[in-house]
Every structure is written in structure tokens, then in C-alpha cells.
Design a protein around this ligand. Sequence first.
Ligand SMILES: [Zn+2]
Ligand SMILES: [Zn+2]
Length: 159
Amino acid sequence: MRNGPLATAKAGAQSRAARATEDIIMKGSCLCGSVTYEIDPPLALFQYCHCSRCRKVSGSAHAASLFVAPSQFRWLTGEADVARFEPTGAKYYASCFCTTCGSSLPWLVQGGRNVVVPAGTLDDDPELRPRGHIYWDSKAPWYHEVDALEHWEQLPPRR
Ligand SMILES: [Zn+2]
Ligand SMILES: [Zn+2]
């Protein structure tokens, strides 16, 4: 990647993203703030996962997951407040969450190959953007492409 297409990208936005994802240590935290973590660059993979497990864990239409090597990841504070759950029969899947506020938190896949980072727990913009939707076959029947919905800056006007 370092000497691949990104290194020769001419577009300003692309080279800025390349620098950020290769140079910046990303920080993240849970809702109550007791658990914090950081990730060494580079971030390589970001995707939305619509599998039924990710929908349960996120409570939403899909997980927004970054994948990093275990050597890139470390807890900074609150590791003792992190609980881990492994669903019966799951080969790789697990989930981690804060025992105080319930926020999803980064989890090491069973077997230890990757750490899956819920992008919503990042405190800064990773600049890397999602590559695509995985487990699209499992998407919720009510999932509606976000661009097709109306947008309000905050809440819709009262009627
Ligand atoms: Zn918390
Ligand atoms: Zn999933």
C-alpha cells in the first residue's frame, strides 16, 4: 500500500487521506468515557457488515467495522471494564462492550488474527472510508439506503 497507488495519487483529497491513515494514531472511547484505546496506523480496511450478529451487537442496520492487526491496537484506560462475549458456535465472532455504559468496543476475533474496531467509537475521523457492504444477503428487511432518506441537520421540524 505504501508504495502502491496511494503513493502516486495526485488528487489532494486522496493524498491527504493517505497521509492521515498512514501517520495518525487514532483514539477511541466508549460512551461513559471509562474505556479508551488507540490504534497505530495504517488503517487498511473499513466496511459495513449486515450479518445478523453485527445487527444484534450494534442494535442497528449494520456494524461499521475497521479491521486492524492486534499489534496495532492497545487499551489506554478501563480495560477491566471491558466484557467479552463469544456466541455459541461462532468460529471467529465475538463482541466486547463496556460494562458501565454498554457501548460496543473493539474485539479480537477468535483465533487472534484481527481486531475489529466499531468505527462509531472512534473519537476522530479516520479519513479512510468504507469500502463496501458485507453480508448484504443478511441485511435487515427495513434497511433503507441512507441517501434515499430525507436529511435534517439535527431533528425534523415539529409539526
Ligand atoms: Zn463506558
Ligand atoms: Zn457482521
